[in-house]
Design a protein around this ligand. Structure first.
Ligand SMILES: NC(=O)CC[C@H](N)C(=O)O
Length: 352
């Protein structure tokens, strides 16, 4: 058996089995999702993180490309109680270290008590505790990855569904999941994908019906170009956002964001709509939250901890969600968000 080591912030080193070799480092987080490992592992919002699955068996229905949310695996390493051969082979091909046969309950309890933490990993025939510790000592905090958008965004603008008869969406790709685009395209929208550092001139040139800021990794405060776009176009073009998109939009509209202790990652996070009282189960993957909504109204909250899950403004034509209405993985209960986004794009009466 090939060995692996995880060195944790605070000094502890945990021994495990190597399933895909290599040394790496990242912020250790966990997801409680019990299904949808292909979607989670290809979600760009996990960039620079080490993803622990609290569900004990990962890989039991194989690996199929049509379920991927992007063209590569984004976590820097993968941790589970038991990884199947299919997943281990996929991660080996992708050059992403993976480890199993460790007590993930203990790891998850540690993260819940102490918060998401830095870690270093060494896995494979040459793995040593020292190598894992050396990785840990090089590990940066998430907010220190100041240009993380560049690692996950498209380099050039491109258009999906150019002949669609629906509204024209300018989607700023801060690390967008593929299902966001497909959810819009399925509803007839023409979707222009713009790099994370698109300028106001780039957006003006497209003259979209709505400006949509995507999900993405790391600290929302590091997405300064998207922040500037929101400041520039608020009140002129309707705005929508998912996850990092909600955080960036709130931050640009006099709101604030902060880091959570261990975040929300899973597919059964309950969200209450404050107007209807309806609760839906949602997919989530975030470590930051909006702490002050600024010029926006909180319309939905997390049932567990009351953090803002939906922000809106009728006057400014803004609608955002902290969770992932596009699901993948997870429940489809909130897909109607995309109908609301496109209705806002069509009906907005902004005249500035
Ligand atoms: N999925 C996302 O867009 C995550 C947003 C942000 N990186 C966070 O962790 O809170």
């Amino acid at each position: 058996m090939e060995t692996a080591y995880v060195a944790l912030e605070g000094g502890r080193v945990v021994e495990a089995r190597s399933r895909a070799p290599g040394t790496t480092r990242g912020e250790l987080v966990f997801t409680t999702a019990y299904t949808g490992y292909e979607e989670s592992l290809t979600d760009p919002s996990y960039e620079e993180q080490v993803l622990t699955f609290s569900y004990p068996l990962i890989g039991n229905y194989g690996v199929r490309e049509e379920r991927f949310e992007s063209d590569r695996v984004h976590p820097r390493a993968v941790v589970a109680r038991e990884l199947t051969d299919d997943v281990a082979e996929w991660l080996t091909e992708e050059d992403v270290p993976a480890i199993d046969h460790l007590d993930t309950r203990d790891l998850v309890t540690g993260i819940r008590e102490e918060g998401a933490m830095k870690c270093g990993i060494a896995a494979g025939p040459d793995a040593t505790e020292e190598a894992a510790r050396a990785e840990l000592s090089e590990c940066k905090g998430m907010s220190e990855h100041t240009d993380i958008g560049q690692q996950v965004s498209v380099a050039e603008r491109h258009t999906h569904n150019p002949n669609g008869d629906g509204p024209h969406v300018a989607l700023v790709d801060c690390g967008a999941k593929g299902s966001i685009t497909s959810s819009l395209v399925e509803r007839g929208a023409v979707v222009d994908i713009l790099p994370y550092d698109a300028t106001a001139a780039d957006v003006e040139h497209l003259d979209p019906d709505i400006l949509f800021i995507s999900n993405g990794p790391g600290d929302p405060e590091n997405f300064t170009a998207a922040h500037a776009l929101v400041e520039e176009f608020v009140g002129e073009v309707p705005l929508a956002g998912i996850c990092l998109g909600q955080q960036v939009i709130a931050g640009a509209l006099d709101g604030e964001t902060e880091k959570m202790d261990f975040g929300h990652r899973g597919v059964n996070q309950p969200v209450r709509d404050l107007r209807s009282g309806r609760v839906v189960m949602t997919t989530q993957n975030h470590g930051y939250t909006v702490s002050e909504p600024g010029r926006l109204e909180v319309t939905q909250v997390n049932v567990n901890d009351d953090t803002p899950e939906g922000l809106e403004s009728d006057d400014l034509d803004v609608i955002t969600r902290q969770y992932h209405p596009e699901a993948n993985p997870g429940p489809n209960d909130s897909l109607d968000f995309f109908d609301d986004v496109l209705a806002l794009a069509e009906d907005a009466e902004l005249t500035a």
